[in-house]
Design a protein around this ligand. Sequence first.
Ligand SMILES: [Zn+2]
Length: 295
Amino acid sequence: MIANPPPWPNGARCAVAFSFDVDADSVVHAAHRAGALDLPQALAHMRYDPFVGTPRLADLFARAGVPLTAFVPGWVVETYPAAVESLLNAGAEIGHHGHFHEWPSRQTVDEERATLQRGSEVIERFCGAKPRGYRAPYYGLSRATFDLLIEQGFTYDSSLFADDIPIRLDNGRGSLVELPVPASVDDYNQYVSARAFDYLMKISAPSQALAVFREEFDAFWEFGGLFVPVWHPAVSGRPAQALAIRALIEHMQAKGGVWFATLEQVADHVRTLEANGLWIPRKERIPFYFEPIID
Ligand SMILES: [Zn+2]
């Protein structure tokens, strides 16, 4: 079903890399600028993330002995250091997610370059190492994003619904590992209905959301894929939703044969397989198109 899956460490059947986008209230400021001050309800909703959700999830993953990757905007790192500290104490990888959660495709190339540099500098100052991975805020990649990531020495991106296993993106001057995200494992689709965010959906019971996540995982397990949930502590860090995550981890552990890793570890594994000629990922030349197909 999945063509040419990579061999995973220790003969595991599949890889699982849990990822969280730790947006906090950066999204409110980014969307509303000065008007954010008149949105205390939305600010409080998202400040649940660093004050409650992130420390709770960091503890949950540490107790389960399962690694996680957190994509954190630079401003969130500076503003909520205790939340980031809880992630680091749980052994989390910290990835790049903009500085103020800017929408990359709405920036000029120079603005996007500056945002990448600024976010990286903050993470390096706080965590001791530059981030190696990137997830675009809103999945809103610009046509320049991959070139900029390659220019700035990133190892991987994890923003595309491009495949079920890692692929390589090459612009002719350099390349990146893409660690794709399954399209149906974002928690916003399951749990968020907020007028302040203009995001009104039917809210699922955590048991229903868990069924979605579990069935996705089961298929990846069966066919050797890479399973990367995209969750948010303000959403999935609430008690019932966190219990659903715990139940999912227990399901995976009971099933066995799962390689739990950070996304950085998955990217490193891909590079090692390539270097030793053990597996070659599908390669895509970027940009996907150089000129419009239809004017
Ligand atoms: Zn985000």
